[in-house]
Design a protein around this ligand. Sequence first.
Ligand code: PLP
Length: 388
Amino acid sequence: MTSTIAKIYIENLRHNLKLIKGRISPGAKMCVAIKADAYGHGALRCAREAVLCGADFLAVARVREGVELREGGITIPLLMLSLCNPEEADELVLNEITPLVFDFDYIKMIEDAARKAGKKKYSVHLAVDTGMGRIGCLPEECVRFAKYIDESEFLSLGGVCTHFSVADSKKETDREYTEKQFERFVFATESIRKAGINPGIRHCANSAITLDKPEMHLDMCRPGIIVYGYYPDELDRDYFSSKGEQIDLKPVMALTTRVVSIRDFEPGKSVSYGRTWTSEKKTKIAVLPIGYADGFFRRFSKSCGFCEGIDVAINGRPYPIRGRICMDQCMVELGETSGVERWSEAVIFGPKESGAVQTAQKLADETGTIPYEITCGVGKRVPRVFVE
Ligand SMILES: *Cc1c(COP(=O)(O)O)cnc(C)c1O
């Protein structure tokens, strides 16, 4: 096994899935977001655990992602949250992936693919834009589309959905915006019902709503980030504690590597590209075979000027990165007497049991992003190692 790996703690994944399942309102289904290789955690393995923990649906973002799950033996319904192109439509239908639709052009493209594949009443979900401004028809338009789908020989309306843009914010104005979006969504589903059409599964709840607003669960929740152990932005552990609820999510991924070399530095010796750091005293520098091609981005080093610099844990102690992070390697300063040895494990982020001194949340906070981007950014060449 190579030195730089992403350890996936299956027990933590199960813990989160069970916790989520327990919070979803009775009667509502669970659709687990497996898109983007399960937020970087390994799609197929995470999908299997989700199914074992009671997922009714899995959500993907690409036809290819759905096909990977089908080829891996996943048989439960798959929902595709973003759009495919005409060349992909046949593959979508052949793999029984349920698309989101919201305009005639696209609906007819799917209808055509369903007809060609000999499918009758192929399930699609109608997306409604209630304020996210990304995909979806306007609430006032939804009856026209619902009617067309319902009357088609080749399509059926399996569900209606929307997506919130500020559900993970604590700000009063944002909370009002979410309420407004929900009202618009209810208006949309009710107008479909009033037109004599069954809206099917009504769903709008992302992670934030799944944990915070049971009254908005409707027929299905679509949790993502909480499955992987991170809180929905501002709705963090403390937020729920202050509401008198203890929600204990456990990060699932640890990004680890090993010390491949330890070198003695005399004062005045510079490190890495750009010579942004120079030793002031005698010290030891460890070389780690991890770099931005692995998802350990340049901006994590103080030398790049975006943050105060994040530390790397070795034997449970933090050590600072020195100089710029390269494509495949980086350097950390051990000082003169660290006791760190060659081949020691170094942990970038992860749950406590991984020996990490921080989670991906810390890396995200330091560099102005969100944990989603950190775990999704772990490179393709980093093996995902599943820890039972
Ligand atoms: C990614 C996504 C989700 C899950 O979002 P989280 O914030 O990770 O819970 C739910 N719905 C849609 C439409 C999405 O794109």
